[in-house]
Design a protein. Structure first.
Length: 170
């Protein structure tokens, strides 16, 4: 596996990844706008991510398997250089679930956040209906915090989330 920053040239493989995993992801996270699922839409999505990266508020990454296919995505988002915080997020393709890729992605995001971005605290939000993601975070040293009622919505159902955090040892 290789994790790297998203690039403009990733449009074709990213669109394929998003299309192949759309139904899988929509079981766990809010669906993306239908417009994303086209060549123009994915190009606009990448442009937005890279603009946010250039402005220092996001670091979008892709996870590639040994054949160069996208196995997942991992991001630092809402980077706040003053407060030195960020929220992490990740999504793993269905065929790669249970192979340690999410754990590898979270560890990569920790290294990126503390090393390149010089942040001090990472946040993650997990719905109460996603214990697998909670286990990944806990395995990576995140501490479960407060329950946030009505934080997320999925398929017209309002869900509570737990806030997790990881604080730099430095």
């Amino acid at each position: 596996m290789k994790i790297r920053t998203l690039e403009v040239d990733d449009a074709a493989i990213l669109l394929k990844f998003e299309l192949q995993n759309r139904a899988w992801f929509e079981q766990y996270v809010l669906p993306r706008a239908d417009s994303v699922y086209s060549r123009e839409g994915i190009a606009a999505h990448i442009e937005t991510c890279l603009n946010d990266y250039a402005s220092g508020t996001m670091h979008p990454c892709i996870i590639l398997d040994d054949d160069g296919r996208i196995a997942g995505r991992a991001n630092l988002k809402d980077i706040d250089s003053v407060e030195r915080t960020t929220e992490i997020g990740y999504r793993i393709a269905q065929e790669y679930v249970g192979k340690g890729i999410a754990t590898e992605a979270v560890e990569y995001l920790k290294t990126l956040a503390y090393g390149q971005w010089h942040l001090a605290r990472l946040l993650a939000f997990v719905t109460v209906e996603n214990p697998a993601s909670a286990r990944v975070l806990e395995k990576c040293g995140f501490v479960k915090g407060r329950l946030i009622p009505d934080k997320s919505e999925l398929k017209s159902k309002i869900l509570d989330c737990y806030q997790y955090q990881h604080i730099s040892a430095v």
